[in-house]
Write a protein that binds this ligand. Structure first.
Ligand code: DGJ
Length: 541
């Protein structure tokens, strides 16, 4: 399958060895600005969930799997910490990894291990104590005044070599115990960067900062040579930190991939999506949205950089998706809030061609990261995500293939609940929120009895255009209508046929029923239980 994708012009995005013919390795492939995650040689949509930070022990797993099952997630993201696998320097303990993979295999769930190494939310908390305690050998960053900052310096070869050695041992172990690729992707570090200090000021870092921007970065960005300040102006310190942290993560990823070439990525904490200057310190150095180009140049062995999106505002969420969905970067949302109001952004992410999506804190250990996520992980919250995963799990591979080869558009209800629209070919798609399924909101008696969903943060749709007048539509708590974008005089849109159904495993459409009459007279009305519709439109002249 990989070979046939290559024959069709799909290319591997990151430097990786070819998959073996017997058991294709997971790969990220890209073509014409679209991206596909290939698992077992076929497209895969990651319907993920991330466990809480301290759920990375065998004792916690019994509280993880029930939530993963209730969600219907096909992938679990969970930490593998440096302190855990190398508590004593040079002595490795992979019992956690073995337990995790065995149980995941039994659960038929894929794993994305999160390598908590030099940086975890920027801090070195997950480095082994022999690293944390030895700041001579593993130096921390320095402030301009020479004071110690908590974050480990990216300029220390000793730290990089030690982290890399542990990471490579981990990947080598995976290669040995995971021939069937339960692990489909690896996150390298976690939210790299530093808060409160834009870059290291230790003597070596100072020397590098005063020197020229490396020629390879200049070339990649098409800039004129100069010092960091000359080339990047007010973003010089952030660009400097980003380059060095990207190079650091790249060296770790490259060494891991040389052992087992599966997709690898780095995630980012995010600043204000509309204000690069404020984003530049929150934190500085990670694959923050305004530094993606620097990271692309500095970390070619990473398949993608990914946003951790906890924003609850739909405009902000959409802007962040836009920042990371690029022809040279597959969109994947490795973390988002686990509150009911975050669940609707699944639709927006799919609408930008996301290859994966994962709410954070999805286990029954009782921890809540409110206000980032929900207050409690109650059944209603799980259901807000599970209802969507239920629809997409059986068609995850078909959806991934369709989304990567057709125009796609999505919408999630905004704070104002206003209608949203998009254009696909000659069609204009209009989405309304908070409507009853029957009738128009300006009907007198409906005005006084609005749908309760009107004031709730729920609702969204995703649309794939599979032909000039043909669409696949899925959604929840929304009303969708197709109209002609630019109708000629006397022309109007006509719904020719609307089928509700699903795809069989071989990708063939299986119709359950036709929607007609009340079910189409007032648009296509989605309830809280998402469905998949195949829509054929026509023009009435
Ligand atoms: C983002 C980090 O990547 C996660 O590990 C976690 O700390 C959340 N923030 C907050 O719960």
């Amino acid at each position: 399958m990989i070979r046939s994708m290559a024959a069709l012009g799909w290319s591997l995005t990151a430097l990786a060895a070819p998959a073996s013919a017997a058991q294709p390795l997971p790969q990220l492939v890209s073509k014409d600005g679209h991206h596909l995650l290939m698992v077992d040689g076929a497209p895969f949509l990651m319907l993920g969930a991330q466990a809480n930070n301290s759920s990375n022990y065998p004792a916690a797993l019994p509280k993880v799997w029930p939530v993963i099952r209730a969600l219907g997630a096909n992938t679990l993201e969970i930490p593998v910490a440096w302190e855990q696998i190398e508590p004593v320097e040079g002595k490795f303990d992979f019992s956690w990894v073995d337990t995790l993979i065995d149980q995941a295999r039994r659960e038929h769930v894929r794993i994305v291990p999160l390598w908590f190494g030099t940086w975890k939310n920027t801090s070195p908390n997950y480095a082994p104590s022999w690293v944390k305690m030895d700041n001579g050998r593993f130096p921390r960053m320095r402030t301009a005044e020479g004071k110690t900052h908590s974050v480990l310096s990216p300029h220390a070869r000793t730290t990089l070599e030690a982290d890399k050695k542990a990471f490579v041992a981990f990947i080598a172990h995976l290669k040995a115990v995971d021939p069937d690729n339960v692990v489909i992707m690896v996150q390298v570090e976690n939210e790299i960067g530093s808060y409160g200090l834009a870059r290291d000021h230790a003597p070596e870092a100072e020397r590098l900062f005063r020197g020229p921007v490396p020629a390879e970065l200049i070339r990649a960005l098409g800039k004129r040579p100069g010092t960091w300040s000359e080339v990047f102006g007010e973003f010089a310190e952030q660009a400097f930190a980003s380059w060095h942290m990207a190079r650091y993560a790249d060296e770790i990823a490259a060494a891991g991939k040389a052992v087992k070439a599966i997709p690898m990525y780095a995630n980012s904490a995010l600043g204000d999506p509309f204000n690069a200057k404020s984003a530049s310190t929150s934190p500085s150095g990670g694959p923050q949205w305004n530094m993606i180009d620097v990271w692309k140049a500095g970390a070619p062995h990473l398949d993608l950089v990914a946003p951790d999106i906890y924003n609850r505002d739909a405009r902000e969420f959409a802007a962040l998706l836009d920042h990371y969905a690029r022809p040279d970067n597959a969109l994947m949302v490795p973390e988002t809030g686990n509150s009911i109001d975050h669940a609707r952004f699944f639709w927006a992410a799919l609408g930008k061609g996301a290859i994966g999506y994962a709410p954070f804190g999805m286990d029954a250990t009782g921890y809540s990261n409110y206000p980032l996520g929900g207050r409690t992980l109650d059944p209603a919250t799980i259901e807000a995500f599970a209802s969507k995963y239920r629809l997409f799990a059986p068609i995850a591979r078909t959806w991934a293939r369709i989304a990567a080869s057709n125009p796609i558009w999505g919408s999630a209800k905004g704070a104002d609940g206003a209608a949203q629209s998009g254009t696909m070919g000659r069609w204009r798609i209009n989405v309304q929120y908070g409507q009853w399924q029957f009738g128009e909101s300006d009907w007198t008696w409906l005005k006084s009895d609005p749908n309760p969903a009107r004031d709730q943060p729920v609702g969204g749709v995703v649309v794939a255009q599979t032909g000039p007048d043909e669409f696949l539509v899925a959604g929840s708590d929304a009303r969708l209508r197709f109209g002609l974008d630019k109708p000629a005089a006397g022309e109007s849109a006509m719904m020719v046929r609307v089928e509700e159904g699903t795809f069989d495993e071989d990708g063939s459409w299986r119709m359950a029923r036709v929607w007609n009459g009340d079910q189409t007279d007032y648009g296509l009305n989605f309830t809280a239980e998402p469905v998949l519709l195949k829509v054929k439109m026509g023009v009435l002249k």
